[in-house]
Structure formats: C-alpha cells, structure tokens
Design a protein around this ligand. Structure first.
Ligand code: FES
Length: 93
C-alpha cells in the first residue's frame, strides 16, 4: 500500500512484531502495517499471509494483538507506543 495523500500528517512511533516502526497519526493499524510491508499477518489456519479483505470490520481477516489483546486492525487507530503483534500463530499474536 502506498500513501498517496495526507503525507504531511504527524508521524508516530510504534512497535511492529518487536521492531520499531513509524506510522501517521490517524492511520488504522491496517494502514500503518500495509504501508510498511505487503501483508498484515500470518493466519492461524489455512495458507498464505493475510492483508485484510473488507477494510470495514466485517470479514474478520485482520485480527492482530495490541499490547496482548486482540483487535481488528482495520477498525483500530494506531497510537504512539502501541505494541502490535501480527503473528497469529503465536499465543500473544
Ligand atoms: S479487514 Fe475485514 S474486518 Fe478488518
């Protein structure tokens, strides 16, 4: 995903799978992650990495862990210091 508009929004720092990462204020977690790489998460079942599908909270394809709690990445705004875990094969992800 490439950011085409609103490139001047303030940036913030968060943690993505334990590594430092940068997003823009107002990004959802899904937007923040997909501007950094081509997929959101590895699935618990099935094959192939996932990137979300509906982008509106209906498909359930975008669950990630945030500070140890499950959230939908498409409906959750990123915030400074947030710890996002995307490996859903692990108990904390
Ligand atoms: S992308 Fe469908 S619920 Fe988030």
């Amino acid at each position: 995903m490439e950011r085409l508009v609103e490139r001047d929004r303030p940036s913030l720092e968060f943690s993505l799978d334990g590594a430092p990462a940068t997003a823009r204020e107002g990004d959802t977690i899904l937007t923040a992650v997909l501007t950094l790489r081509r997929h959101l998460a590895e699935p618990r079942l099935g094959d192939g990495p996932r990137a979300g599908f509906c982008l509106m909270g209906a498909c359930q394809e975008c669950w990630v862990g945030v500070d140890g709690l499950p959230v939908r990445a498409c409906g959750t705004l990123i915030s400074a210091g947030m710890r996002v875990a995307t490996d859903r094969r692990s108990p904390s992800g």
